[in-house]
Design a protein around this ligand. Structure first.
Ligand code: DGP
Length: 120
């Protein structure tokens, strides 16, 4: 049985979302706390908790996430100006939802890649 996560409940329709795309491997819906005018989450339908659990069996879903991100960026009209894709992992990556997801952020400048830190 597939383990339930917040995002599997969104994917199944049990929880409401602004769903933009769904196929046999991945789904995409708008982030509930958008950080830019366009902020979409692209997720594998079968949950992988974090990047630490990724293996070759996940190649198809992870590859599809990239293809869908590119497609949605074009559909949303943000491709030409550019955008940022982010996958957070674990504590240092500040991952909050333990079901791998790719953030697609755009519609405005996304700022510096990461906050500078002294003494790195
Ligand atoms: P991360 O920190 O990478 O785990 O990002 C989790 C994202 O999930 C965060 O940007 C907010 C979003 N999020 C949390 N709960 C919900 C929800 O119930 N619905 C939607 N659409 N997004 C959610």
């Amino acid at each position: 049985m597939t383990e339930e996560t917040l995002f599997t409940r969104i994917i199944s329709g049990e929880l409401p979302s602004d769903m933009l795309y769904k196929d046999d491997l991945v789904s995409a819906f708008r982030d509930i706390e958008p950080q830019r005018p366009t902020h979409i989450l692209i997720v594998p339908n079968a949950p992988i908790p974090t990047m630490n659990e990724v293996s070759s069996e996940h190649e198809a879903a992870l590859g599809r996430m990239m293809v869908v991100a590119s497609q949605i960026a074009r559909e949303q009209g943000i491709a030409e100006d550019g955008y940022r894709l982010i996958i957070n992992c674990g504590d240092h990556g500040r991952q909050e939802v333990m079901h791998i997801h790719m953030h697609l952020l755009g519609g405005a400048d996304t700022g510096p890649m990461i906050t500078p830190q002294q003494g790195v």
